[in-house]
Design a protein around this ligand. Structure first.
Ligand code: CO
Ligand code: ZN
Length: 322
């Protein structure tokens, strides 16, 4: 799991995917026939074959913040890059791409509902000092170390480095005549952007998004059938997509026939790359394989190692049997 750890600890907010895609390229090159990057920063790993053209997408970017203003006392105002939960930001630690560390503070302890009332403290005492450390437009991500406890894995950016990990492991293990594209997409967190151009360029017969999904297995949370440790989640729909019946049914039957633990996923908030792959060109048969995840978009997201294995197996089975 050293690879997953390394993937999570890359700092790569949307539009700055290079640090993570370089790492992925170094791992993938041994198993691929062709690797290239496109204009938007998508990394495309191609394993050639004469059969069906299958596109897998896992986004490489993570959520973050961007500096909008530096005040005279050296405090930074910021905006979100991707969906941040304002209520959960207070006193979080962030790291800029140049290594500068900041703490998210709030004007009043009890006013944590508005990002406009929050600031980042980098320890500077004046605008001049702060401007030597960061600039308007600089991005930072959550600091969140990688921990493993039993089968559970905790880290920042498991959304979606665990999806990247699934694709890399599937690439290593798959034996198929199908024409496989493993795409590590850019700018998903700000609007599924990389996958859109990527899907157009590849023009696949089938597309599968591999990403995290919400669970409903913590005290008094919203009802949701997905649980950590209960298997790969096969996507029925999310806010961006209703998956193609053919793909969904194929995934379910492959899971059943091969004793792969699975559960059905209906995610009521948030979208995935599946949403834009589905409507690329004249439409692409699209599905999703998701990793059940607690505390999504926090510095301490949690997944289960067994689910990860089931997702890899299912991705390989689809590639070999589609
Ligand atoms: Co996300
Ligand atoms: Zn994601």
């Amino acid at each position: 799991m050293e690879l997953l750890k390394n993937l999570t600890q890359c700092d790569a907010p949307s539009g700055n995917e290079t640090t993570v895609t370089e790492l992925i390229k170094n791992v993938a090159c041994e198993y691929a026939d062709e690797i290239y990057t496109d204009t938007l920063g998508n990394l495309i790993v191609h394993k050639k074959g004469n059969g069906k053209k299958i596109m897998y997408a896992a986004h490489a970017d993570e959520i973050g913040i961007v500096v909008t203003y530096i005040d005279k006392d050296g405090f930074l105002r910021f905006s979100d890059v991707g969906g941040l939960y304002t209520k959960k930001l207070f006193s979080r630690k962030v790291r800029f791409l140049n290594g500068v560390i900041g703490i998210i503070g709030s004007e009043k302890e009890n006013d944590k509902n508005s990002m406009a009332k929050m600031y980042i403290d980098i320890g500077a005492t004046s605008a001049e000092e702060a401007e030597k450390m960061v600039s308007v437009g600089d991005m930072a991500v959550f600091v969140g170390e990688y921990d493993k406890q039993g089968d559970r894995i905790i880290s920042k950016a498991l959304d979606n480095r665990c999806g990247c990990y699934v694709l890399l492991e599937a690439l290593k293990r798959v034996k198929s005549d199908n024409d496989l594209y493993f795409c590590f997409t850019s700018q998903e967190e700000v609007g599924l952007r990389g996958a859109r151009t990527c899907a157009y360029e590849i023009d696949a017969d089938y597309a599968i998004a591999v990403d995290v999904t919400d669970v409903g297995d913590t005290p008094k949370c919203d009802k949701n059938a997905c649980k950590l440790g209960e298997g790969a989640a096969i996507k029925v729909m999310d806010y961006s997509v209703i998956c193609s019946r053919e793909v969904r049914e194929k995934l379910v039957s492959l899971a059943k026939e091969n004793d792969v633990k699975y559960q059905m996923e209906v995610m009521t908030e948030g979208g995935t790359d599946a949403g834009v792959m589905l409507i690329s060109r004249d439409g692409v048969l699209t599905g999703g394989i998701s990793i059940p995840t607690r505390y999504i978009h926090s510095p301490c997201e949690m997944i289960d190692k067994k689910d990860l294995e089931n997702c890899i197996t299912l991705a390989v089975l689809f590639a070999e049997n589609a």
